[in-house]
Design a protein around this ligand. Sequence first.
Ligand code: PEP
Length: 248
Amino acid sequence: MRRMLVAGNWKMQGSMHSTREWIDRVKVTSSPSCDRVVFPPFPYLGAAVEAATTGELAVGAQDLSEHAEGAYTGEVAASMLRDMGAEYVLVGHSERRQYHAESDAVVAAKFLAAVSAGLQPVLCLGETLEEREAGKTEEVIQRQLGTVLEQCGLSAFTAAIIAYEPIWAIGTGHTARPDQAQQIHAFIRSQLAGRDAKLARMTRLLYGGSVKPDNAAELFSEADIDGGLVGGASLQAADFLAICAAAC
Ligand code: PEP
């Protein structure tokens, strides 16, 4: 495992053609000190796994069901994602929490489903602008993380990654200042350290929220920022590669 990780979340964008083109472009470049993961929409996962043959790029899903199997029309189980060759999965992205009413408890159930199937969950945490302005950022992060820790246990975090994604910075062009992001990353690490110091050191903490080629290096130079979860700027392979270069 490398220390740094850069992940691209395409959200509901792209096509079969653009997926194959993007992966063909990224997989031929190497990243000596940075793991790279792409999260395409569900229908393109198979093609992405098939195209990403070199080990230079892993593939993940943007969501999963909290249930292992059953009568849940339209849902996708963690075991099915593993079956397709996905290695990672986003859990609790703010767009899922906001538009699909995913509670902290549902997010924790999804986290556990991912871990149980052998997927590496990327647990997304973050506050709204109102919560930040009310001085509640740490309270929100503590609640979101605490629910997963309580419901899933510390051992579930062994392969986990945590992404701090302030909602006010996602897709808005308003990146958190590096010192603002670092402050919350240090807080997240301290929450883990209070339970297990080694786990806290080992867990990779990504920053997400309008990361771009021109602000990535500054963000990644902070002590507790171990890479980025990148939305908009990950759609263009050249921008994604420039962000990866800033992490290496
Ligand atoms: C995201 O979707 O997780 C994200 C961080 O988006 P953007 O980089 O576009 O803000």
